[in-house]
Design a protein around this ligand. Structure first.
Ligand code: GLC
Length: 533
């Protein structure tokens, strides 16, 4: 058995820094606060944390608008706090993944301030500037993902600049070798500090068509979705950057990269994964699925096929941009479905990513008035889309007024259910979701088949139960997930029936389930793992 490789065999936990833990009680999280919680993460069993951006930022897009790539924002405690965090994480064998937001900077970044100061400035060509058309219009039809045209007029220098997201997030000109090289140098700066990996924000949008060709029309809800994004993303030049980036990563031991694929399907994501490109990429279908075993079955099949057994998959049910899985898949405060999904996430072949609060089943905070919305995307598209505040509310540590997150009113409201849905109460309850996640993570760690084993489905077109085997030459684990409320039997082949199974975990029983008429009998909402070898 090959040795344990943290990013392949381990579990990664995403922290949205602004809402994890506030140590100085200003209502915003800070790195000393996160450092205080490393023992909690170690106890949970995670192998790495991915920190959403903590660089200096005016926070128009809450950190995804970076004003200085080499600085940690003072509100998070600055570089000394980061160094301490990194040291303390490593001391606990927890790796650290930084978010790299390289498609754009903040408009407050020194490079952009210089760039917009005059057409002759040294930094002018670090961003995408274009003249208006003869009729005074934007240079082409490209749109912003966050609403409106992608082009913003600068009256001082009388040119447009391009922004794929907010106008305060101008896109870098990746065709300028100075940009390209400076970014590689900056990445080296973080590698030299000892950072273990990077998550690349919307990486496949870095390069744009050299001729600025109009995107063709398609049917869609927003103006942005009404375009086929052929010319403003996925340009072949990206591979040159990825190759150089990967070479640099590989010159340090055991470093990792994962890309957030912007738009596109599993094939788009898969083509960026490989020895000369990224270690992994995000594929979004788990987040978009309804609570149906067939939907998850298909997601796994298509992702496995797209990666062609060469690329290593990664899976997630939650992130900082989408409604939480607990809100998507349950209408009540019952957590049994979440145990089924947790079992799937932690036993499917690939790296599982958890999002803070998922392990205690945090629900989105309700947003009912436009005036309450902080996320500018939500304000723009209200009431059709309420933005991303819902899934970014403060971590629920205990039942105190601000959930143990801070003594001060946090920047986003705490969910009303924190009175009883919190880490402290779930730690005390043997049957809680938190303890279930903990057990699953421990089991995964002790069971090589669940880390590296082949994935072999045993239910096809499943209607109630999703079941599969994970297998190494020495060990077989069988995972059966009942997505229905009813008791159902899972038919086993003679080969599987004959095996000498042991119960590893179930949310519904302590002893091995009954086998009747060649079927393992599962209760409604049951998640079961049995093992042989
Ligand atoms: C990514 C981030 C999102 C951000 C956007 C622009 O999609 O996940 O939070 O708003 O990029 O940087």
């Amino acid at each position: 058995m090959s040795e344990f490789l943290w990013w392949r065999d381990g579990v990664i936990y995403q922290i949205y820094p602004r809402t994890f833990m506030d140590s100085n009680n200003d209502g915003i999280v800070d790195l000393p606060g996160i450092t205080q919680k490393l023992d909690y993460l170690q106890d949970l069993g995670v192998d790495a944390v991915w920190l959403s951006p903590v660089y200096t930022s005016p926070d128009v897009d809450f950190g995804y608008d970076v004003a200085n790539y080499r600085e940690i924002d003072p509100k998070f405690g600055g570089m000394p706090a980061f160094d301490k965090f990194l040291y303390e994480a490593h001391r606990r064998n927890i790796r650290v993944i930084m978010d790299l937001v390289l498609n754009h900077t903040s408009d407050q970044h020194e490079w952009f301030q210089q760039s917009k100061s005059s057409k002759n400035n040294h930094f002018r060509d670090w961003y995408i500037w274009k003249k208006a058309t003869d009729g005074g219009k934007p240079p082409n039809n490209w749109k912003s993902r966050f609403g409106g045209s992608g082009w913003e007029w600068d009256s001082k220098t009388e040119e447009y600049y391009f922004h794929m997201f907010f106008k305060q997030q101008p896109d870098l000109n990746w065709r300028n070798p100075k940009v390209f090289n400076e970014i590689l140098e900056m990445i080296k700066f973080w590698l030299d500090k000892g950072v273990d990996g990077f998550r690349l924000d919307v990486f496949n949008a870095f390069f744009k068509d050299i001729n600025f060709t109009d995107n063709p029309y398609k049917i869609g809800l927003t103006k942005f979705d009404q375009q086929k994004h052929i010319y403003d993303a996925d340009q072949p030049e990206m591979f040159d950057f990825l190759q150089k980036f990967r070479k640099m990563l590989d010159s340090y031991p055991k470093r990792y990269s994962v890309g957030e694929t912007f738009m596109g399907d599993e094939h788009t994501a898969a083509k960026y994964v490989g020895d000369q490109a990224l270690h992994a990429a995000f594929e979004f279908s788990f987040i978009n699925n309804r609570y149906k075993p067939s939907a998850f079955y298909k997601s796994i099949e298509k992702w496995e096929n797209a990666l062609e057994e060469i690329g290593w998959p990664s899976y997630f049910l939650n992130n900082h941009d989408d409604p939480r899985s607990a809100t998507r898949h349950t209408r009540s405060e019952d957590d049994e479905r979440l145990k089924v999904l947790a079992t799937l996430l932690l036993t499917v072949r690939g790296t599982p990513f958890l999002y803070y609060g998922e392990e205690i089943g945090m629900r989105d905070i309700p947003i009912s008035r436009k005036s309450d919305v902080l996320d500018p995307v939500g304000r723009h598209f209200w009431p059709f889309y309420k933005g991303r505040d819902g899934c970014r509310s403060p971590m629920q540590w205990n039942s105190e007024q601000y959930a143990g997150f801070s003594d001060h009113q946090p920047w986003l409201p705490v969910h009303a259910n924190h009175n009883w849905r919190n880490v402290a109460s779930q730690q005390a309850d043997q049957n809680s979701l938190l303890n279930f996640y903990k057990k699953l993570i421990r089991i995964r760690k002790l069971t090589p088949a669940l880390q590296k084993g082949m994935y072999l489905p045993i239910t096809y077109e499943p209607r109630k139960i999703l079941a599969y085997v994970r297998q190494t030459p020495e060990q077989t684990a069988l995972i059966a997930l009942n997505f229905s409320k009813k008791n159902v039997g899972l038919v086993l082949s003679s080969k599987l029936l004959g095996a000498d199974w042991k119960l590893l975990i179930s949310n519904k029983r302590e002893t091995f389930p009954e086998i009747r008429d060649r079927k393992i009998m599962l209760e409604g909402d049951e998640a079961l793992i049995i093992i042989q070898g």
